[in-house]
Design a binder for this molecule. Structure first.
Ligand code: NAD
Length: 355
């Protein structure tokens, strides 16, 4: 297999690329613009492998994307490149439209042109997998879970652009016959997540004795999915998913934000018992809520389990233990990515990083 992975220097994309290189014999073209959220250090462990090719390219640039298809001749695409942080989408939505909507349109158009020239087995086997989010469905009340047929009610600019991208993918499938698949997943956590998201912010702030800002009352619920489990699901859907279908991917691990903060603090108390910041829980601060903050997301992942046999390997407890330990052992990585990006210059804001 020859696979283009977009956003392969980001958090989830780098997990996909590392798995493809280590666990399969696929050749990977890792196409990434290296925005503040992308870093070559995320893929350093596979960068010398001759089956991994990195291309610094921007999906907003159609010509660059079309050239990548023509030169690499992929059998499949896993499209993850996106602006991904909800708070940033509230501060500045335009970049989200440009990358998540126009960029996805460029990917689809380039794939359509390339697919049009394929014949025989290459044409039969080609797949375009678009990676979406549970946030397109809006918020849930205390009961129920999102299924693949839940209606779209995106609440943030980020979610609205991801929803728009999903609609484009379905339209390219229906109107042009491009063999597409969509996955929608819940909140990911794990190593290499850019330190603006909840769990790395909690670990990094707590070890430094800084406050742990939690939006509103802390009762917002997310369904947490370990990133390596997600990457395995994406590979499976690309290999065996039915064309035209959507698959929900979730960790079956609903937790409130305040519960996450307390659990991270308890783990840090155990792992760093001599820290002057112990007990870390006293650092938790409730801060003014995010505008339009969705109360609860939860995924019904029974379709991918029934059809493809996928289920998460990590429980939230095992995955979180690994994750906290990884951030403690990789402070040089955190320093490096923060110093390369705008957060490094600005300093971690107190109101960011909730989910
Ligand atoms: P991330 O922000 O860590 O990484 C995004 C990557 O895309 C970065 O490497 C960045 O450099 C690259 N990128 C951004 N704009 C680009 C552009 N214009 N051209 C080329 N590359 C560009 O994001 P992530 O958390 O790894 O998320 C990956 C995908 O999964 C996204 O599509 C996101 O919407 C989706 N998703 C993420 C989560 C989550 O919890 N992290 C949950 C659901 C869905």
């Amino acid at each position: 297999m020859r696979i283009i992975v977009t956003g392969g220097a980001g958090f989830i994309g780098s997990a996909v690329v590392r798995q493809l290189i280590r666990q399969t014999d696929a050749r990977v073209l890792n196409l990434d613009a290296l925005t503040y959220a992308g870093s070559l250090s995320n893929i350093a462990s596979v960068s010398d492998n001759p089956r991994h090719h990195f291309l610094k390219a921007d999906i907003r640039n159609f010509d660059a994307v079309a050239r990548a298809f023509a030169e690499f001749q992929p059998d499949g695409v896993i499209h993850l490149a996106a602006e991904s942080h909800v708070d940033r989408s509230i501060d500045g939505p335009r970049a989200f439209l440009e990358t998540n909507v126009t960029g996805t349109c460029n990917m689809l158009e380039a794939a359509r042109g390339y697919y049009g020239g394929l014949t025989g087995a290459a044409r039969d086997g080609f797949r375009f997998l678009h990676v979406s989010t549970d946030e397109v469905f809006g918020e849930l009340g205390p009961e129920g879970r999102f299924t693949e047929t839940s209606s779209y009610r995106p609440g943030s600019p980020y979610a609205a652009t991801k929803a728009a991208a999903d609609h484009l993918v379905r339209a390219w499938q229906r109107s042009f016959g491009l063999p597409c698949l969509i996955t929608s997943c819940s909140n990911n956590y794990g190593p290499y997540q850019y330190p603006e998201k909840l769990i790395p912010v909690l670990v990094n702030n707590a070890v430094a004795g800084r406050s742990l800002p939690i939006y509103g009352t802390g009762e917002n619920v997310r369904d947490w999915l370990y990133v390596e489990d997600h990457a395995a699901a994406l590979r499976l859907v690309l290999d065996r998913g039915r064309v035209g279908e959507t698959y929900n991917i979730g960790g079956d691990s609903e937790r409130t934000n305040i519960a996450i903060a307390r659990t991270v603090c308890a783990l840090l108390d155990e792992m760093r018992p001599d820290s002057p910041a112990c007990p870390h829980e006293r650092l938790i601060r409730l801060v003014t809520d995010r505008p339009g903050h969705d109360l609860r997301y939860a995924m019904d992942a029974s379709k991918i389990t029934a059809e493809l046999g996928w289920r998460p390997v990590e429980t939230f407890e095992t995955g979180l233990g690994k994750t906290v330990r990884w951030y403690l052992e990789n402070t040089d990585w955190t320093e490096a990515v923060l110093n390369g990006g705008e957060i490094g210059r600005r300093g971690l804001s107190d109101r960011r990083g909730m989910d």
